[in-house]
Structure formats: C-alpha cells, structure tokens
Design a protein around this ligand. Structure first.
Ligand SMILES: Nc1ncnc2c1ncn2[C@@H]1O[C@H](COP(=O)(O)OP(=O)(O)OP(=O)(O)O)[C@@H](O)[C@H]1O
Ligand SMILES: [Mg+2]
Length: 454
C-alpha cells in the first residue's frame, strides 16, 4: 500500500482528497502546513507527496527544497491555483513529478499518481540494470574450464541452494570475493542485499559497531543511530572477507551473534533477530591460525561447515588462455583500442609464469599491456617475469605445520642465493662466501647440506 501525504492549508480540500484517495487504497497522511509536513516526512515513509504551492508560513516551493535536503525522494505532485502555473513549472524543474491546477479533478489526480508510480518503477529498474552492468563482475563472470574450476562451479551450485555457512580459502587474487558473490547470486537470497565487510580493515575498537551497529550516543562520535552490517544484510548474504584478520575480541562477539542468531547494537538493549547467510573468506589457513592461537577454535568450527579451497592460478594454467581472452576483450573495449590478439611468444610467457598474485595479477598485467600495445600484445608489453624466482605454492605447503613450511621456504631461498653467488663467482667459493657475507666454512657446510657441487 502506498502512502500519500496531503499538504494543504485548505481543510475542505484535504478532506475531499483524503476521502477519495483512501477509497483508492492509499494510506493517507495529512499536514496543514510545511512544518507539519516536514515533521511527518522525517518520521514516516512517504511515497507520494501532494503539495499545495500557496500556503501561509512556508510555501510549497520551500517545502520541496527542504524535502530534497532531507534526502527524501517521494513522488511530488504540486497543487497550484491557475495564476501559479509558472511556479508549478519551476517546481517540476526542481524535481517535482507533475502539477495539477485547482480545482483538482479527482480522476486526473488518480491518473497522474498512477503514471508517476509507474514512471518511478521504470526508473528504479533502469538504475538497477545500470548498476549491474557497471559491476565489472557477475556470477557469469567466473571464468574457467579446468577440472579444478569445474569442481568450484559444482560446489557453488550445490551450496547456493542451501542456507549453509561457507568458508572460502585461497591465496590472494584467486577470486574468493567473486565466488562469494556467485553463491549469493545463485541462491534464493539473490534479490536481497549482498553485504561485504573486510574484517582486516576495521580498527579493533570499531569492529563491534561495524558488525552490529550502534545507538545514538553509544560512544563519543556516535552522533547518529547506525545499522551494522548484520542488519544491512537482512534477508541476504553477509560476506566476511579476510576473517582471519579479525581481532580476537571481535571473534568472540561474532561467534555469539552466529550462535544466537540475534544481535544487540552497541549501546542498545534490545535483541534484534538476524536472518543472514554467512560466507567467510580467508587467505591465511585458518586451521593453522587456530593452532597458533590467533583464531578461535570454536569460531573456526562454526564457519567450517563447508569449506571451498580455491586453487591458485599456477595449478590450473589451462585456464590462462580463456582468462586472457576475456580480459583482453574487456580492457580493449574499455580503452577503445582495437586489440584482438596476443602473440604466441607473449602467451608462452604468461603460461610459464607462476602468478603469485593469481587472477588479479594476470588481470593487472593485461590491463597494462593493453595501454602499451598498438595492435597485438607482444612480449615487450609484459613485465619482465624472468627475474623472479618461483616460490613454492602456498597450497603445497599447507599440509605442513607452519614452522616446517617456514623452514622449507627459507632453505629454498638460501639454496637459490648460494647457487647464484657461485654462478657469479665462476665457482670460486671464497669469492661467493664474501658476496654472501658468510664465512667460508659456513658456505662449505651449506653446500653439503643442499648437495651443491661445483
Ligand atoms: N575465475 C575468474 N574468472 C574471472 N575473473 C576472475 C576469476 N577469479 C578472479 N577473477 C578476477 O580477479 C580479481 C581478483 O578476484 P577477487 O577479488 O575475487 O580475489 P580474492 O581472492 O578476493 O583476492 P584477495 O584475497 O586479494 O581479496 C577480480 O578482478 C576478479 O574479477
Ligand atoms: Mg578479496
């Protein structure tokens, strides 16, 4: 049911209009002047505003301006006497939808309102569409044909239809956020909000207020009542990004909210039930963070209902050509360049690189290449990949306890350095030791340890 606020100093007209419109199934609100109208608008949701132009005190034009200042956006229809038509036209320029001359023809009023509401709906739809187009990604935007990605798609399809909590684990840039959104878009909650909170980016003292909101005056700086992310996500999905970075006190509060399925705003007393689906993501391995005491075990078990491991790009290199083609197409269009091709040599380089930053890095490399290139992308448009030493993949280490993984990475690095120093010194151990700033004996022992022969 739409609500109509009728603002006119003429009591008889208010009565006629409200009688008629309540029969047409509108909810009626009345005000006899601008001040009353603005008071009501602050407190109540108003869909349609019938606004007399000529009133004592505040004129209709002034009320209209104030309404805009309030950030309210009802459908405004001005009511004007014949001699005020010029003003009415000006009001339309200021954002009123239309105007009617007095005496008001009731059938005409009904039509104008209906047309206005329709117009509104179309406007909203168009806005919505535009927003969707502007979003650089959509679930359909998830690219990949590798067996690893096919498993990811199957997983999305399976969990999307349920309300279960999902934990997405993967290196930086593997598409965790994209997948979380895809799950939301494939779920029954797709028309409800998808709200993201980056748990690592909020200062510790604000975590609670970000998650649960606060009442006015709850703490210094809380000038207004504010809804937290849990309330904003009502009926939809709450995406807890980088959950591994949530400070411990915040973890305790989050756990309580998830268990009780209700929250309290900071400084508030009432319990507010929450209906949200939780998806969490992390690029640290949570089970390990739990062992190290950085992540609450009970929270980990609560989140760990369904866990999705996103494979790093280097483990699904067969997806690279398709990703390249897509990014090429997208960025060429964005930058209005007619680049359709990538040379075989350039593709070879992309395929051989180990992509520590995963799909995001690939995307950035291509965006830059397209700026540099003229007609096709060639090796000179790509960064110099050869200088970097491939590091062991995080997922290949993830089975090891942290201290062992660390030792492994460090010894790989050490071995690499020694080999390089020896290569530069032409096999001269004394020279290599000096370059590495270690003594000869240490070098000798390390060479033995790593099985290096000159
Ligand atoms: N499978 C994919 N298909 C198409 N684009 C992808 C895919 N995976 C990732 N991307 C793109 O790569 C970029 C990084 O993805 P996203 O932000 O989802 O990664 P992330 O895992 O959340 O990274 P971080 O841990 O750094 O936050 C985005 O631009 C995203 O659109
Ligand atoms: Mg992310």
């Amino acid at each position: 049911m739409y609500s109509v606020l009728i603002v006119d100093d003429d009591a008889a007209l208010r009565l006629i209009l409200s009688d008629f419109l309540s029969q047409e199934d509108y909810k009626i609100l009345l005000a006899k002047d601008g001040r009353e109208a603005l008071d009501l608008l602050k407190r109540q949701q108003v869909d349609i505003l019938l606004l007399d132009i000529n009133m004592p005190g505040m004129t209709g034009m002034e009320v209209l301006e104030k309404v805009k200042e309030l950030g309210e956006n009802p459908l405004v229809i001005m009511l004007s006497a014949l001699q005020e038509v010029k003003l009415a036209v000006k009001a339309v320029k200021l954002g009123a939808y239309d105007y009617l001359s007095k005496p008001v023809n009731l059938e005409e009023l009904k039509l104008v309102i209906e047309k206005g509401l329709q117009h509104r709906q179309l406007e909203r739809k168009a806005e919505h569409l535009e927003q969707r187009i502007q979003e650089s990604w959509s679930p359909a935007g998830l690219i990949g044909t590798s067996p690893a990605m096919k498993r990811v798609f199957q997983f999305i399809d399976k969990v999307a239809r349920t309300d279960t909590t999902v934990l997405i684990q993967g290196e930086s840039g593997t598409g965790k956020e994209l997948v979380a959104y895809a799950i939301h878009q494939c779920s029954l909650r797709k028309d409800k909000p998808f709200i993201t909170i980056d748990c690592g980016a909020i200062p510790e003292e604000l975590v609670e207020s970000e998650l649960f909101g606060h009442e006015k005056g709850a703490f210094t700086g809380a000038l207004q009542k504010k809804e937290g992310k849990f309330e904003l996500a009502k009926g939809g999905t709450l995406f807890l990004d980088e959950i591994g970075n949530l400070p411990l006190p915040g973890q305790a509060k989050l756990l309580r909210a998830l268990e009780q399925r209700q929250i309290t705003r900071v400084g508030g007393i009432s319990m507010i039930p929450v209906d949200v689906r939780i998806i969490a993501a992390t690029n640290v391995i949570l089970s390990q963070a739990t062992r190290e005491g950085k992540f609450r075990e009970d929270l980990f078990y609560r989140l760990n209902v369904f866990i999705l491991e996103l494979p790093p790009l280097r483990e699904r290199k067969e997806d690279i050509p398709l990703l390249v083609e897509n990014f090429l197409h997208r960025f060429a269009q964005q930058q209005r360049k007619n680049i359709r091709e990538i040379s075989p040599e350039a593709m070879e380089l992309l395929l051989n690189y180990h992509w520590p930053g995963n799909v995001r890095e690939l995307r950035n490399v291509l965006e830059r290449a397209i700026i540099l290139a003229e007609d096709s992308i060639r090796p000179e448009h790509l960064p110099n990949f050869s200088g970097s030493t491939p590091s062991p993949s995080l997922s290949s280490l993830s089975t090891l306890p942290f201290s062992e993984a660390k030792d492994k990475v460090l010894s790989d690095l050490e071995k690499e350095y020694i080999l390089q120093a020896l290569a530069k010194s032409g096999g001269n151990k004394a020279k290599a030791a000096r370059a590495l700033n270690i003594n000869y004996r240490t070098l000798y022992e390390k060479m033995k340890k790593y099985g290096i022969n000159v």
